[in-house]
Write a protein that binds this ligand. Structure first.
Ligand SMILES: [Zn+2]
Ligand SMILES: [Zn+2]
Length: 343
């Protein structure tokens, strides 16, 4: 089969022929229908050298959906041809976090990984999934190409917003910074699951246009006056929830400066920024948290929401033969919405 593989740190991924995977006991092979290209793959390829930890070459792609192709001995359940989304965070399956479906927060780091995150991922004709618990059958009305980006670009903002639901009352404001692959889905999730005012912030005019199109109540250019504008839009109070999908120093500073007393500030983007922290650097009882991905039950909820048409993904499709270009375009910042590779 064809596979787009990471061959070394700092090198462009390469499309190669490798043997088709065969499922061992408890394992399932998926025929890939869609595989999303994530910005964090660029970190893996060019910024954070994990090649010492991981065996290379490794097939990229941690955002996958498709159809059950073959099941190994002992697997009961999904029959061949069943459309499924792959829950991408593969933990130990037995620790307290894994037991409640939060394998993204598995407490045994040595056993944590995923396809495209240490093991072979979904940018290929077939994907070997080590356990059937990682598969979520697609609800009627959702196809694998549509579902693939929801497993990360959708699930990550879904979790970040869901954890702050109690604060997102009708009189509250949710500020989302960065309207890229995750942010534009985040806007729709905030609109579909809360009654809060939604404000989207980005540097690019076309991103702000997308935010407006998918339902943001207000869009604010990310510049020196952004904090002031957001204060005005909230009658001076600030935002109850701020989610930073960028994580650069400038966006972290903006996130904190528009937080209302008792707000949640959630950092999702791994932009590597820093801001100094002191007692006086934010209003009282502001909680600052990072989040990573989401849980399997949350993926089930999100897929149901998407199947009802409440969430859609702006996407640019690439063939598998052209998958390396998806990452080049992502690096150049020229992808609209999410880049999805369709074998
Ligand atoms: Zn990702
Ligand atoms: Zn675990």
């Amino acid at each position: 089969m064809r596979a787009l593989r990471m061959v070394g740190f700092g090198r462009e991924p390469e499309l190669v022929e490798i043997p088709d995977p065969t499922p061992g006991p408890g394992e399932v092979v998926i025929k890939v229908g869609g595989a999303g290209a994530c910005h964090s793959d660029l970190h893996i390829l060019y910024e954070l050298d994990a090649s010492g930890m991981w065996r290379l070459p490794m097939t990229l792609g941690h955002e996958t959906a498709g159809w059950v192709h073959a099941v190994g001995p002992g697997v009961e359940g999904p029959t061949e041809g069943t459309p499924v989304a792959v829950y991408g965070a593969w933990g130990c399956g037995r620790c307290p976090r894994c037991a409640v479906g939060m394998e993204n927060y598995c407490e045994r780091p040595s056993m944590t990984g995923g396809g495209g995150l240490g093991l072979d991922g979904g940018m290929a004709d077939y994907l070997l999934v080590p356990h059937q618990r990682h598969l979520v059958p697609l609800p009627a009305g959702l196809d694998p190409v549509t579902a693939a980006p929801l497993t990360d670009a959708g699930l990550t903002p879904y979790h970040a917003i869901r954890r702050s639901w109690p604060k997102l009352t009708p009189d509250a404001t949710c500020v989302l910074i960065g309207v890229g692959g995750l942010g534009h889905i985040g806007v729709q999730i905030a609109r579909a699951t809360t009654a809060a005012q939604v404000i989207a912030v980005d540097v690019k005019p076309e991103a702000l246009e997308l935010a407006r199109k998918v339902g943001a109540h207000h869009v604010v250019p990310s510049n020196d006056t952004a904090a002031e504008v957001i204060r005005e839009l909230t009658d001076g109070r600030g935002a109850d929830v701020v989610i930073d999908f960028v994580g650069a120093s400038a966006t972290l500073q903006l996130a904190r400066s528009v937080a209302r007393i008792m707000a949640d500030v959630t950092i999702v983007g791994i932009g590597g920024g820093e801001v100094p922290l002191s007692f006086f650097s934010q209003p009282y009882e502001v909680s600052i948290a990072t989040t990573y991905w989401g849980s399997r039950p949350e993926l089930v909820e999100l897929l149901a929401l998407a199947a009802r048409g409440e969430v859609s993904t702006e996407r640019t499709l690439y063939s598998l033969d052209d998958a390396a270009r998806a990452y080049r375009d992502l690096r150049d910042g020229t992808v609209t919405g999410r880049a999805v590779v369709v074998p």
